[in-house]
Design a protein around this ligand. Structure first.
Ligand code: SF4
Length: 367
């Protein structure tokens, strides 16, 4: 049987060309694109403005959605974590974080992750597979439908962060295609300026991104100021050590346009990478490369069986003040959704009964 075409990963022009192949006029393609990406409908049967026979034909040859929600959890701070499944049964996790002036959706770019960062639970899954552009976009559609109702316009702006499961730069083309589709004003209309992508340091893709005109903001997950420690915490460092990584960062920094954000993320692990010496080494490293880039300190989110604990507030404050005394602009990120294992490094497709949060199974949750 011929495989059905996934329409969520097609641009508006591609949907128009797809319906042209079915003998339908261009406006039908635009109608379907808007139904999927703007009205956030998840099946052709919901598109009642299309003729019934055409809907039946679409059901035979195409798919309007492929991800399904398995379960979702709501944190005491309003953060929601979704565990979804792909059509071939693989886990995908997404986190929705409401804030005063905007919402942030943290999406996954892969199911599992091939990198072996030792402070991250996702690493323990290994790589199951990279997600398609459609699967990246669907995470956003599902989270918005769940938060506001199908097709309801969010009252605040939506920011996206590619900091869920997976290394986004190992799924570079699908990621950029998803961002292009989401930026379409007839669809979700989330422009790259509202998106931040985090990488563990895939140097060739950092250099590629430097040449992309409409690109998202970039964040580099640093985690250590020396190769010796980074080889241990972020093993991809053995392939692209700090010197090479920071040289690429400098090239990228030189291409920054006004208003673009470029940051280093530094997870703070108690007794591992949070000493005063580490702070000085980090400041010296960035200064030696002439990088003006801001550093985000992220207190580690504990996740069994990982052997790490978060640095204390005093240690984080001391670390910050040393960096700032050496001219490095530093910010401390507040963890969200820790009680539902939705915070950075905690995503591992776990499905547990939690005392502190509400679990809602897929029944009643709009896909
Ligand atoms: S921190 Fe990111 S890159 Fe590293 S293992 Fe976890 S998901 Fe992969």
């Amino acid at each position: 049987m011929k495989q059905r075409v996934e329409l969520t990963w097609l641009s508006q022009a591609e949907v128009v060309s797809f319906v042209d192949g079915l003998g339908e006029p261009a406006y039908r393609g635009r109608q379907i694109f808007a139904a999927l990406q703007h009205r956030r409908l998840r099946s052709f049967d919901q598109m009642t403005d299309l003729p019934k026979e055409f809907r039946a034909r679409l059901n035979e040859v195409a798919r309007a959605s492929s991800l399904k929600i398995e379960s979702h959890y709501i944190s005491s701070d309003g953060t929601r974590r979704y565990l979804m499944k792909t059509h071939d049964g693989l886990p995908v996790e997404t986190v929705y974080i409401p804030e005063e002036h905007r919402d942030t959706i943290c999406f996954s770019s892969q199911s599992g992750c091939p990198l072996q960062c030792t402070f991250c639970l996702t690493a323990q899954l290994g790589l199951l597979r990279s997600l398609t552009s459609g699967e990246i976009i669907e995470q956003v559609l599902i989270a918005l439908n769940d938060a506001y109702g199908v097709g309801v316009r969010p009252p605040r702006g939506t920011n996206l962060v590619g900091m869920g499961a997976g290394e986004p730069f190992l799924n570079f083309d699908a990621l950029l295609n998803a961002l292009r589709i989401m930026a379409d004003p007839s669809g979700l209309y989330i422009v790259p300026n509202r998106v931040t992508i985090s990488t563990a340091g895939i140097v060739p893709r950092i250099l590629d991104l430097a040449n992309v005109p409409d690109r998202p903001h970039l964040a580099i997950s640093l985690a250590a100021p020396t190769d010796e420690l980074r080889n241990e915490l972020v093993p991809i460092n053995k392939r692209w050590p700090l010197e090479e990584l920071l040289k690429a960062c400098k090239v990228f920094e030189q291409t920054l346009k006004p208003g673009e954000r470029f940051t280093f993320e530094y997870v703070m692990l108690a007794g591992v990478n949070d000493s005063e010496q580490h702070a000085r080494q980090l400041a010296n490293l960035l200064n030696r490369h002439g990088l003006k880039t801001k550093v985000n300190l992220i207190p580690h989110n504990p996740a069994e069986p990982l052997p790490y604990q978060p640095s204390t507030d005093e240690t984080v404050a001391r670390f910050k003040s040393i960096l700032e005394s050496k001219g490095v602009h530093t910010y401390v990120r507040r963890p969200r959704g820790r009680d539902i294992f939705a915070a950075c490094g905690q995503l591992a497709a776990r499905q547990e009964t939690l005392n502190t949060c509400k679990e809602i199974t897929s029944a009643g949750v709009p896909n």
